[in-house]
Design a protein around this ligand. Sequence first.
Ligand SMILES: Nc1nc2c(c(=O)[nH]1)N[C@H]1C(S)=C(S)[C@@H](COP(=O)(O)O)O[C@H]1N2
Ligand SMILES: [Mo]
Length: 160
Amino acid sequence: MPTEEWEFTITTEAGREHRWDWAGLLSLPLQRFTTDLHCVTKWSKLGTVWEGVSLDDLFAEVESTADYALTHSYGGYITNLPLDDLLEGQAWIAVRYDDADLAPEHGGPARLLVPHLYLWKSAKWVRGIQLLHDDEPGFWESAGYHNYGDPWREHRYWGD
Ligand SMILES: Nc1nc2c(c(=O)[nH]1)N[C@H]1C(S)=C(S)[C@@H](COP(=O)(O)O)O[C@H]1N2
Ligand SMILES: [Mo]
């Protein structure tokens, strides 16, 4: 996905669309942050260094009373999470990893990063976020993975 073609859209439950192109995204403050990553298959990667735009900045102008977010990726992957988990400094659209532009295999040019949840919630090649009043399961959540995915409570599968 070349950056010239990249777009990111937040769609509210009322159908209102907020859209950024690559230049629009990069006009927002780029935050540098260090975090641990937790994969459901029991590996963790500690102290990873990223740069990205905070979802707080993207949601600054968005008016919504929805409780849920369904993220969509180029390629069709979807994953769901509560909207609250995307806000208050907990999530970013990451564009750089380890002081380099994010590699395509890791979701470049831009991926969602929600490090306090299992990594399957961190959608690579992210294209948009759809706000919903009613929760809808994503790809892995429909296939038996836990709906919320808290690594500290080992939320791997439904029923964990
Ligand atoms: N678009 C998209 N995002 C995705 C996935 C995917 O298949 N497609 N897999 C998820 C899973 S299960 C994991 S563990 C991480 C892997 O990220 P990495 O390839 O950068 O290690 O991406 C997550 N985001
Ligand atoms: Mo994964």
